[in-house]
Design a protein around this ligand. Structure first.
Ligand SMILES: [Zn+2]
Length: 149
C-alpha cells in the first residue's frame, strides 16, 4: 500500500485552487520525491485551464501541462508524485471518464467541491489491468521549518 505524505500547506493550496476554478474542474501537480513505498510532496503546482469549451469535462491532464510540470520538477531535482483534479458537485471518487483516461502507476488526488467549497479529497491509483482504482493513504504533515537537516 502506498502512502502519500503532503503538507497542510499543499492541501490548502489545492483546495483553494479547486474553489477558485469552480464550477470548472481544476488540475494541478504535486512535486516531490519517492522513497520506498512512500512519496513526499513538497510543492503544489497549479496547471492553468486553457480550454475554453467544455471545461467541466476537460481531459484529465493536458499533455502540454504535464510536460511543463515535469520540466519544472526536473529543474528542482523533484518528481511529479501526484496529479490533482477537482470534481465540481461530485464525490471525491474516480469517474468512469477518469478510469478510461488515467495512467496506471500514477497517483490521482481528487477533490470534491460542493457549492464552491472544497469538502473532501482522496488519493487513487489505477490498477494495472485498468479495471478499478485503489485508494491510497494520505498523511498530512505540518509545513516543515526551513532549518531541518
Ligand atoms: Zn475526475
Amino acid at each position: 500500500m502506498t502512502i502519500i505524505n503532503i503538507t497542510d500547506k499543499i492541501v490548502k493550496q489545492f483546495n483553494k485552487h479547486g474553489e477558485l476554478d469552480y464550477p470548472h474542474e481544476c488540475c494541478g501537480f504535486i512535486l516531490g520525491s519517492f522513497k520506498d513505498a512512500e512519496s513526499r510532496g513538497v510543492e503544489y503546482l497549479p496547471a492553468s485551464n486553457t480550454k475554453e469549451e467544455n471545461r467541466e469535462r476537460r481531459f484529465l491532464i493536458d499533455p502540454m501541462a504535464y510536460q511543463k510540470a515535469e520540466d519544472e520538477a526536473d529543474e528542482r531535482g523533484l518528481s511529479i508524485i501526484s496529479i490533482v483534479h477537482s470534481h465540481p458537485d461530485h464525490p471525491d471518487k474516480p469517474s468512469e471518464f477518469d478510469r478510461e483516461h488515467a495512467w496506471p502507476g500514477f497517483s490521482y488526488i481528487i477533490i470534491s467541491i460542493q457549492d464552491g467549497k472544497a469538502v473532501s479529497f482522496r488519493s487513487w491509483q489505477l490498477n494495472a489491468d485498468r479495471k478499478y482504482f485503489i485508494e491510497e493513504n494520505i498523511k498530512i504533515t505540518k509545513e516543515e521549518k526551513t532549518n531541518v537537516k
